[in-house]
Every structure is written in structure tokens, then in C-alpha cells.
Design a binder for this molecule. Structure first.
Ligand code: MLT
Ligand code: MN
Ligand code: ZN
Length: 298
């Protein structure tokens, strides 16, 4: 299986347009100490011809242009055979609306994420320009499903929450946020858990089967936004398990067999600074920080 990291930052990207924090200033300095990153999305393929995206970020057009494998091979064509959504957050869905140039799309999502994106959304009508413009394929929790073109996926409920724009509008559900196990034929599995509030027996069992794991690296610490004066919410209120400290995810992630990468990294996270003590702690634990353009062959 081929894996291409299209974007590795959390919502807002890095640097974030309205942020002048120390990290973002470093990111604007031509990346001596911190590499700019677009919002989280990866592409996977069994054969290198047909690709599936995990998440459709607001920066999807630039991400496709930066990845030649995703370029059209005919006057009207796309190697993108499907798009899988981990949840309904804007940083994961907004890109769908950018793919409105009358191209048939296949989108895999749980019923909760599908409904959250399409109901009462007048902008969704831009993807209803002709019958069959979007084919939604339901992801069922815990059941392996074929994607076609040699890939299989299992969606696993990931402790999470409703997207910010749906909070208070509907009841939370285990389908609001998922992670994926993906395999090509009988090859090794990719585990993808880019947004996760903490562990569950299902998540632990899934990750135990994965040879490579991408994991929620949004925040280093719980009070990262508050301490920097950039917000009031703690990491846990946003359903992101922080990396650092005795309760952090690093000891768990560092025990994951094979290779592990933090992804969905927020612009405030000190691991973005390549020579920071926090980045060193992550690397010393055997974990890497995903970056845009990273290519892996499983
Ligand atoms: C998140 O990852 O918590 C969300 O992307 C936050 C947001 O939608 O602003
Ligand atoms: Mn996000
Ligand atoms: Zn910033």
C-alpha cells in the first residue's frame, strides 16, 4: 500500500492565517526551524493508479497539485476513486465543496457524518448538480468493507465529539468520529486515528493490528491554548488527547509496533519546532511527526 501525506496540520493549518504566535512566526520564516503544513489529509493506494483520500481538507486543490499521483490522466479524469471521512469537522469536509467541477465523487462516511454534512446545508446543493454526482457509501462500525481497487477498510469508533457547528443541534453518537484500519490484499495494515479523545478497547485492538499508525498529535498539553492566551478550551474539551505529560499519549504511541506518526498537529504545538525539547522527546520515544509530502510504502 502506498501512503502520501497531503496535509499534516490541524484545523487552520500551519501557520494559521490569523495567528502571530511564536510558532506561526517561525513557520513564516522560510522554515528554518518549522515546516509549514496544510490541513490534515492523506492519500492511499494499492496499485499507485487509483487513490483514496482520507478527509477532504479546505486546501484540497493545492494538495492535489502538490501530489503528481493525483493529477488527471485524461482531459477529464481524476485518479481519486473515493474519499473517506473521519468526522464532520470543517477541516475534514470543507474540501468536498471545492470538488464541485461536475465530477462524480464517491464518499465513505458513517450515517451520522453523512447527515451532519448534507442536512440543512444549502451549499451541499453544489454537489447535486446532476444525478449521481455524489455516491455516499455508509461506513459501518467494526465491519471490514471493500473500497475496491484492492483496498479494504474497517471504521472504528474513536472517542470524539460532534463538530463545533453541530454542538447542541443533535445528540452525540459513536459514529461522530472514527478511525480506520486499511489493508491492501493480505498486506500490513495502516491505522489512522487523527482525532481521538482517548483510548477504548476497540481502538486498542485495532491499533494492535496496524504496522503503521497515524495518531492525533493536535496538542502537546491540555492547557496549550489557554497558556498561550490563544483560547479557553482545554485539549480534552476538544476531544484531543494531548501528547505530553504523565497522562499524555506518547507512552502509548511509542509502544505501537512498527512505525507511528503524529498528525493533525495544531499550530500552537511545540513539536512543530524541529529543535524543541518536545520534538526531541517525541523522536527519542521512536515516534515521528508527519509532514506534508511524506511518502510511505507499506
Ligand atoms: C478539531 O479538530 O477539534 C476541530 O477541527 C476544531 C474546529 O473545527 O475548529
Ligand atoms: Mn481538526
Ligand atoms: Zn499560531
Amino acid at each position: 500500500m502506498k501512503i502520501r501525506v497531503l496535509g499534516s496540520a490541524a484545523g487552520g493549518g500551519f501557520p494559521q492565517w490569523n495567528c502571530g504566535c511564536a510558532n506561526c512566526r517561525e513557520g513564516r520564516r522560510g522554515w528554518g526551524r518549522a515546516r509549514p503544513r496544510t490541513q490534515e489529509s492523506i492519500a492511499v493506494s494499492a496499485d499507485g493508479q487509483s487513490w483514496f483520500l482520507i478527509n477532504a481538507s479546505p486546501e484540497i486543490r493545492a494538495q492535489i497539485e502538490a501530489c503528481p499521483a493525483l493529477w488527471p490522466r485524461a482531459d477529464r479524469h481524476s485518479p481519486i476513486a473515493g474519499i473517506l471521512l473521519t468526522n464532520g469537522d470543517m477541516d475534514h469536509c470543507l474540501g468536498l465543496l471545492s470538488l464541485r467541477e461536475s465530477h462524480p465523487l464517491v464518499v465513505y462516511a458513517t450515517e451520522a457524518v453523512h447527515a451532519g454534512f448534507t442536512e440543512n446545508n444549502v451549499l451541499y446543493r453544489t454537489l447535486e448538480r446532476f444525478p449521481g454526482q455524489v455516491t455516499w457509501r455508509p461506513l459501518e462500525l467494526g465491519r471490514e468493507q471493500p473500497l475496491g481497487d484492492g483496498l479494504w477498510v474497517t471504521a472504528i469508533s474513536a472517542p470524539g465529539k460532534l463538530p463545533v457547528h453541530l454542538e447542541g443541534r443533535r445528540a452525540p453518537s459513536p459514529e461522530d468520529s472514527v478511525g480506520f484500519l486499511i489493508r491492501a490484499e493480505s498486506g500490513p495494515r495502516l491505522g489512522y486515528f487523527s482525532g481521538i479523545a482517548g483510548l477504548s478497547p476497540e481502538v486498542e485492538a485495532a491499533i494492535a493490528q496496524a504496522a503503521v499508525v497515524f495518531f492525533d498529535g493536535t496538542f502537546w498539553s491540555s492547557d496549550e491554548l489557554g497558556a498561550a492566551g490563544l483560547g479557553t478550551k482545554r485539549a480534552e474539551e476538544m476531544a484531543h488527547w494531548p501528547i505530553g505529560g504523565p497522562q499524555g499519549s506518547l507512552p502509548f504511541v511509542s509502544r505501537i509496533a512498527g512505525r507511528a506518526f503524529y498528525i493533525h498537529v495544531n499550530n500552537t504545538n511545540p513539536i512543530l519546532i524541529e529543535d524543541s525539547p518536545e520534538r526531541r522527546a517525541v523522536n527519542d520515544a521512536g515516534v515521528q511527526v508527519a509532514h506534508d509530502g511524506l511518502e510511505l510504502d507499506l
